[in-house]
Design a protein around this ligand. Structure first.
Ligand SMILES: [Zn+2]
Ligand SMILES: [Zn+2]
Length: 386
């Protein structure tokens, strides 16, 4: 098929075929920081090599509110949203074969494009693709790059030929399935990158959705002891979730010294420290203090600040620490995350306090998640058809 009219309805998924009158999608465009404006964008014609996703849900993470407030603004208008789950609305014959999908199937969409051929792509590290890289990632691409529908804050998202879609396990709710992104990060940042082994003492700095995902991934990898840190009243609920996910201890760094807590509860310093904090400049100093000699510190996600009060570079030397950066997620980790979400182990993560809004309320939710206004939910999701 070469156009959208061939889309089919699949029992249980509830997607209606596009009628010929549907020619555009509602989409939120971040025109400039703090200006998230609804546009109607024309739907593209789909050829042999591409496709169209009917976005059911798009998860939000720290990147979303950093884009919104301007800490991560690209300097051009774009449709944000990089944690999309939806149903294949239309797909060309060659693309269908390449992706192994048919119209009506529910998929999660990888953030980065991939040529599928270069060395990094063959390892699953699409961020380093020699043909694509970071410039054409979903949720951060100019609206004037045709067809403009490059983000999940829209009813439809364009599936470019070098996109990667991953099947969502049967029965997994699309809103829950958006956790493929933070949980994929949790697996990579908490286990794959540091090489977490059974019995390890692991400290997770920051109890947001990514920190909670790291907690789950580390426990499943056999970590012997996991301590999770948070700060202040706002994090109490999150720290409670961390305990349900298997954290052996939690600490509010506003009141208690995490190093002392770790020493008294685990009996020693950490083999692995994963820093997934936001707006916590002192976290790096804490991470270095929490790590044992020869331990590993993972700095994951961006923090938008050059301040590192309390960070003593000499301690990295004296302790001979490994300081590792982690930017994104490999496609294998996404797939592992989708499988894990379908297993009973993920139940406490699935049950986190969540707020789901339509496009009309997205701006308010993102502002909240940026720490302005009401206490933010642990997990925020946009449903563009709500
Ligand atoms: Zn994200
Ligand atoms: Zn490549």
């Amino acid at each position: 098929m070469t156009d959208r009219q061939g889309a089919v309805t699949v029992a249980g998924v509830g997607v209606e075929p596009l009628s010929e009158t549907v020619t555009s999608a509602r989409a939120l465009v971040l025109e400039q920081p703090r200006y998230l404006v609804e546009h109607r964008l024309a739907l593209p014609d789909i050829g042999d090599d591409d496709g169209l996703l009917r976005v059911e849900a798009c998860g939000l993470c720290g990147t979303d509110h950093e884009q919104y407030t301007g800490e991560l603004f690209g300097g051009f208008p774009f449709v944000p949203g990089h944690e999309s789950v939806g149903v294949i609305e239309a797909v060309g014959d060659r693309a269908a074969e390449r992706w192994g999908v048919q119209p009506g199937e529910r998929v999660a969409l990888a953030v980065f494009q991939s040529c599928r051929a270069c060395g990094p792509c063959q390892r699953g590290d699409f961020r380093a693709c020699r043909a694509h890289g970071l410039t054409d990632m979903y949720g951060f691409r100019p609206i004037d790059t045709t067809p403009g529908l490059w983000g999940g804050y829209a009813q439809y998202q364009y599936l470019a030929p070098d996109s990667t879609v991953m099947a969502v396990p049967q029965g997994l709710d699309p809103v829950v399935a958006t956790l493929f992104n933070p949980l994929g990060a949790g697996i990579r940042w908490g286990v794959t990158v540091p090489g977490t082994s059974p019995g390890d003492v692991v400290v997770v700095l920051g109890p947001g959705i990514r920190g909670l995902s790291v907690t789950l991934a580390a426990k499943r990898a056999g970590a012997g002891f996991v301590l999770v840190t948070g700060r202040g009243a706002r994090d109490q609920q999150r720290l409670a979730v961390a305990k349900r996910l298997g954290a052996d201890a939690v600490v509010d760094v506003e009141h208690d010294d995490p190093v002392q807590t770790l020493r008294s509860s685990a009996g020693r310093l950490a083999d692995v420290v994963v820093d997934v904090t936001a707006r916590a400049p002192s976290a790096l100093g804490q991470a270095v203090a929490l790590a044992r000699r020869g331990g590993t510190v993972v700095l994951a996600g961006t923090r938008g600040s050059t301040d590192t009060p309390g960070f003593a570079p000499d301690m990295v030397v004296f302790k001979e620490l490994r300081l590792l950066g982690a930017l994104g997620v490999d496609v294998g980790d996404y797939r592992a995350a989708l499988d894990l979400l379908a297993s009973p182990d993920a139940a406490p993560l699935i049950d986190v306090p969540r707020r789901v809004v339509g496009l009309g309320d997205a701006e308010e939710l993102i502002t909240t998640m940026a720490g302005e206004g009401d206490a933010p939910p642990v997990h925020g999701v946009i449903e563009p058809w709500r």
